[in-house]
Design a protein around this ligand. Structure first.
Ligand code: FES
Length: 183
């Protein structure tokens, strides 16, 4: 009888195109969920939900992992994760502004966009304004380099953003707040 051997996958040399999960048990939970859903792209919301349960919020490497496993563009995963209020990318304000600081975006001025937004909102990246209205988040690359510098406003990706464009968007949210607090 031929002895049964257990294949031991060598990092980066597995037969499957599926990425090996990082050594964190929570990624295993995530893997089980994705497998149960047969890595279907239309199960993205359910998978994000499970990820948030496991991690408390949806941090960048979790979203990148899900995008890779489901073969979805990272921008789509970010779009969904920042659009639905039940998902949190760390701090969760009423509005979320995600600035890409990946190489392409940074070279085209993403850093200036972020600086202007930090000054405008009065918070640093990763924080939420004290009134709970605006969360400012940064990411490395959302896969939309062709339209760099990219910013995601409440789940919608916008390209070729200048500091003025970004501040004008945040100002709209702040006007909303002022208007509703004056009523
Ligand atoms: S570097 Fe910003 S989308 Fe790729």
């Amino acid at each position: 009888m031929t002895p049964v051997t257990t294949a031991s996958p060598v990092a980066g040399k597995t037969a499957s195109s599926k990425k090996q999960p990082p050594a964190d048990k929570r990624f295993k939970v995530l893997d089980i969920t994705m497998k149960r859903n047969q890595y279907r792209q239309d199960a993205l919301i359910e998978i994000l939900h499970k990820a948030q349960e496991a991690f408390g919020y949806l941090e960048e490497d979790v979203l990148a992992y899900i995008a890779h496993q489901l073969k979805l563009p990272l921008s789509r995963v970010y779009g969904v994760a920042t659009f639905y209020h039940l998902f949190s990318l760390k701090p969760s304000g009423a509005h979320t502004c995600v600035v890409c600081l990946g190489t392409a975006c940074y070279v085209k001025g993403g850093g200036d966009v972020l600086k202007a937004l930090e000054a405008k909102a009065g918070v640093a990246a990763g924080e939420t304004t004290p009134d709970g209205q605006v969360s400012l988040v940064t990411v490395r690359c959302i896969g939309a380099c062709g339209i760099a510098p990219a910013v995601i406003y409440d789940g919608k990706v916008s390209g070729q953003q200048s500091p003025e464009d970004a501040c004008a968007r945040v100002a709209e949210w702040q006007i909303d707040v002022t208007a509703s607090s004056e009523q």
